[in-house]
Design a protein around this ligand. Structure first.
Ligand SMILES: NC(=O)c1ccc[n+]([C@@H]2O[C@H](COP(=O)([O-])OP(=O)(O)OC[C@H]3O[C@@H](n4cnc5c(N)ncnc54)[C@H](O)[C@@H]3O)[C@@H](O)[C@H]2O)c1
Length: 340
């Protein structure tokens, strides 16, 4: 069997998920190299992944490693430059969201993809590969809810991980809560509504951890969007989910409604005791979307080996990032921001 040889760049919270999938769970992929700028990442690659070809310089990995493709899971501000370097070096590219943290960067990434039409490029909007989200899309396309006219989203990271997210906000480079956390819902709104956003109105608040504000970010955000076809989007994002990692999406149509993960159950078990009926909830994005991260990487490997392009394109990356920029600008200025 022909295998795709992949080098992973970034071995942090999500890089380790992708690296482990490539190393152990995808038969037609081989993790042959890794690049990380932290010492613990080097040890992890060698000891846990069994990858001995480890770099601390991304350009060196591209130049020297025995790889056909890269998986970019580094800080968001570096993605677009790393996409261009990898494509110009002849590699297929999988890149995590958000594609970039400014529009000029995204346009440069588009140009790099257009320079290399024979190489596969995929952006990591894994929710499209989650079984429930994909099922909702099939139902909508089959007309099950009539004309979809409203997408309502909630995405809350768990309060138990707030210290990590404060550190993340202070480090900068994530684009802030709207781009970092809201980007998945922005992509889903476009996908389900089949239309592009034309204006955004956002606001934010911080009630529990002032450190978010001090870092120039916010703890909670709300955005409403108008779309070109008249449809609407409502998004609530936050860093202090009291019960765990809460991701919920509702698509409202003229003939029906689809709800996904209204209660983010860990499993189907319920505990009946003096507190009532308790259902444990998932506690992290790694837990909730484990299958989706695997499915999207399987699709990337299959596309690269088969000379195909996946359903998520570089233009999806730019469009959703534009929605994120508009939300950030509206949050800063308080006004409605048009999306050109
Ligand atoms: N799809 C999702 O659900 C999802 C979830 C979490 C994070 N992400 C995205 O994944 C990316 C990484 O996030 P994270 O939470 O894993 O971050 P993290 O801070 O935990 O890890 C970042 C890693 O990148 C490495 N790194 C930084 N610069 C590098 C370089 N030039 N070359 C090689 N390695 C480099 C660091 O050593 C570290 O290992 C971000 O863009 C984030 O938005 C996506």
């Amino acid at each position: 069997m022909k295998k795709l040889r992949v080098g992973v760049a970034g071995l942090g919270r999500l890089g380790r998920v992708h690296a482990a999938n490539l190393a152990f769970r995808i038969p037609n992929a081989e993790l042959t190299a890794a690049c990380t700028v932290t010492g613990t990442g080097v040890d992890y690659a060698k000891d846990e992944l069994g990858v001995q070809d480890v770099y601390t310089d991304y350009r060196r990995m591209l130049a020297e490693a025995d790889i056909d493709a890269v998986a970019i899971v580094t800080a968001s501000a570096d993605h677009c430059e790393q996409i261009g370097l990898a494509l110009d070096a002849g590699k297929h590219v999988f890149c995590e969201k958000p594609m970039g943290v400014d529009l000029a960067q995204c346009k440069r990434a588009e140009a790099a993809v257009e320079r290399h039409p024979g190489q596969t490029f995929m952006l990591g909007f894994m929710r499209r590969y989650d079984k429930s989200y994909a099922y909702a899309k099939q139902k909508i396309d089959a007309g099950a809810i009539g004309v979809p006219y409203l997408v309502k989203c909630t995405a809350m990271d768990p309060a138990s991980a707030a210290a990590d997210f404060i550190r993340y906000a202070k480090a900068g480079g994530s684009g802030g809560i709207f781009l970092d956390l809201g980007i998945h819902d922005m992509d889903l709104m476009r996908w389900y509504l089949g239309s592009e956003a034309t204006e955004a109105h956002a606001m934010g608040a911080t009630f529990r951890h002032p450190e978010f504000r001090q870092a120039g970010d916010d703890e909670t955000g709300v955005v409403t969007y108008r779309f070109a076809n008249g449809a609407m989007g409502m998004m609530h994002i936050g860093r202090i989910g009291p019960h765990g990692y809460h991701v919920e999406t509702e698509i409202v149509g003229t003939e029906g409604i689809i709800r996904i993960s209204a209660v983010p159950e860990k499993n189907l078990a319920q505990l009946y005791n003096t507190n009532g009926v308790c259902t444990e909830c998932v506690q992290s994005f790694q837990e909730r979307f484990a299958d989706a991260y695997l499915a999207e990487m399987e699709e990337f490997v299959s596309c690269a080996l088969g000379g195909r392009q996946p359903g998520v394109s570089v233009y999806d990356g730019t469009r959703s990032t534009q929605m994120g920029f508009a939300a950030v600008e509206s949050w800063r200025t308080g006004g409605i921001v048009k999306i050109g």
